[in-house]
Design a protein around this ligand. Structure first.
Ligand code: COA
Length: 159
C-alpha cells in the first residue's frame, strides 16, 4: 500500500509524540500534539501526517498568521527516512499554507542538524539570522538558525 498524506487528528497525538521522541532532542508532549492536531488549514495551527496502512510514518506541524507561515516541527520515522516522505510532507504543507494566504515560510533549525539543513537548503530556504544558545543541548546550549523562504507566487512576483 502506498503512503498517503492527510490532515492530523487529535487521536494521532500519541503516535506523533512517540515518533518525535525517537528523532528530537526536545520532543513535544502528547498534549502539545493534541492541540496542534485539532486545526485545519484555515486555522492558526494545523498538522499533516504521512501514513501507510494506518501506520503514521511522519508529520509536519504548521502555523499561519496572516501572510506568514511557520514550520513548528517536521519528522519522519528513522526507518522510513530518505524515501521522499519528508519532501512530500513539506511540499503539501507549503502548498496549503500558500493557498491559505501565506507568502513566506519561516522556521528554526539546530546548528548541528546537518540533515535538516540540507533538506531545507534543497527546498530553497535561506539563512536570515542566528538565535544564540536558543536550544538546550547535551553539552549546554546550541544556536538556532533562522531560515525562511518566499512561497511560489510571491517569489515569481519578486523575480
Ligand atoms: C529532515 C527529515 C524530516 C527529512 O525527511 P526524509 O523523509 O528523510 O527526507 P526526504 O527523503 O524527503 O529527502 C528530501 C531531500 O532532503 C535531503 N536530505 C534528506 N535527508 C538527507 C540526509 N540524511 N543527508 C543529506 N541530504 C538529505 C536530500 O536532498 C533529499 O533528496 P534526495 O534523497 O533526492 O537526495 C528527516 O531527516 C527527519 O525526520 N529528521 C529528524 C527530525 C528533524 O531534524 N526535523 C527537522 C527539525 S527543524
Amino acid at each position: 500500500m502506498a503512503h498517503t498524506i492527510r490532515l492530523a487528528r487529535p487521536d494521532d497525538a500519541a503516535a506523533l509524540a512517540a515518533l518525535d521522541a525517537r528523532v528530537n532532542f526536545s520532543p513535544w508532549s502528547e498534549a502539545q500534539f493534541a492541540a496542534a492536531c485539532c486545526g485545519h488549514v484555515s486555522a492558526r495551527d494545523w498538522a499533516l501526517v504521512v501514513e501507510e496502512d494506518a501506520r503514521v510514518d511522519g508529520f509536519v506541524v504548521m502555523a499561519r498568521v496572516l501572510d506568514e507561515a511557520t514550520i513548528y516541527s517536521i519528522a519522519v520515522d528513522p526507518l522510513q527516512q530518505r524515501k521522499g516522505l519528508g519532501q512530500a510532507l513539506l511540499t503539501a504543507a507549503l502548498d496549503q499554507a500558500e493557498q491559505a494566504g501565506a507568502t513566506r515560510c519561516l522556521l528554526e533549525v539546530r546548528q548541528s542538524n546537518s540533515t535538516a539543513r540540507k533538506f531545507y537548503k534543497r527546498n530553497g530556504f535561506h539563512l536570515d539570522g542566528v538565535r544564540k544558545g536558543y536550544y538546550p543541548a547535551a553539552d549546554g546550549r546550541e544556536d538556532a538558525l533562522l531560515l525562511s523562504k518566499l512561497l511560489e507566487g510571491t517569489a515569481d512576483e519578486c523575480a
